[in-house]
Design a protein around this ligand. Structure first.
Ligand code: MG
Length: 183
C-alpha cells in the first residue's frame, strides 16, 4: 500500500546550490535562483524532499563527511529551515572507479527511499542538472526533470531552465494543485 505523498529527489550541486566543484567551505554555499521559494511551496504541498548527491571528494580525500554536513547546515540556514526540511540526505562518497553502489546514475538511494517511505514511483520525480541525475531517476522508474539553461535531454520527462519552470511543470503534470503564486 502506497503513501499518497509525493517524493521529490533533488541533486545538490548545480541544482539546489551553485556548483562550485568539490565544495567543502560552507561560505561557498549559494542557493540557486528560485530554489528557496519553490522548495517551500513543494513542502507546503506535503511533498517529501530528498537530497541525492555524489560527493566523491570524500573518497578522494579532498574533504570529510563533517565538512559536507557543515555545507548542508549552511544550505539549511540559507533556506531558513531545519534538518527536517529534507526527509533524507543521501550522500554517495565513492569515486567512479570505486564501484560505489549508491553513486548516481545508480538508483539505489532512490529505490531505498521509495521502499522506506512507501512512495508510489509514479508520484516521484528526480530533478538534476546532469544526465546521470536523469538516468538515476529513469533507473528507479520515476519521473525526471533535467535542469539546464541551454540544453535539453530527450530522455527526461521534462526539461526546465530554472526552478520556477519546475513548479509550472509539476502543476502541468498534475503533481501539484494550482498554487496561488501571488501570496
Ligand atoms: Mg549536479
Amino acid at each position: 500500500m502506497f503513501s499518497d505523498k509525493i517524493g521529490i529527489f533533488l541533486d545538490r550541486d548545480g541544482t539546489i546550490i551553485e556548483d562550485r566543484g568539490y565544495l567543502s567551505d560552507p561560505e561557498g554555499v549559494c542557493l540557486r535562483p528560485g530554489v528557496k521559494e519553490v522548495l517551500k511551496q513543494l513542502k507546503a504541498q506535503q511533498c517529501l524532499l530528498f537530497l541525492v548527491t555524489n560527493q566523491s571528494g570524500i573518497n578522494r580525500g579532498f574533504f570529510t563527511m563533517k565538512e559536507v554536513q557543515a555545507c548542508h547546515q549552511r544550505m539549511l540556514d540559507l533556506l531558513e529551515e531545519d534538518e527536517n526540511f529534507f526527509t533524507q540526505f543521501c550522500i554517495a562518497t565513492g569515486r567512479p572507479e570505486d564501484n560505489d553502489p549508491y553513486r548516481k546514475p545508480s538508483p539505489k538511494f532512490i529505490l531505498e527511499c521509495l521502499a522506506k517511505y512507501h512512495l508510489n514511483p509514479d508520484k516521484c520525480w528526480m530533478i538534476g542538472d546532469r544526465q546521470t541525475d536523469v538516468q538515476a531517476g529513469i533507473n528507479a522508474h520515476i519521473h525526471t526533470i533535467f535542469l539546464s539553461q541551454t540544453e535539453r535531454l530527450h530522455e527526461a520527462t521534462a526539461c526546465c531552465k530554472n526552478f520556477y519552470e519546475v513548479l509550472d511543470t509539476l502543476e502541468r503534470y498534475g503533481v501539484l494543485s494550482k498554487l496561488d503564486k501571488k501570496d
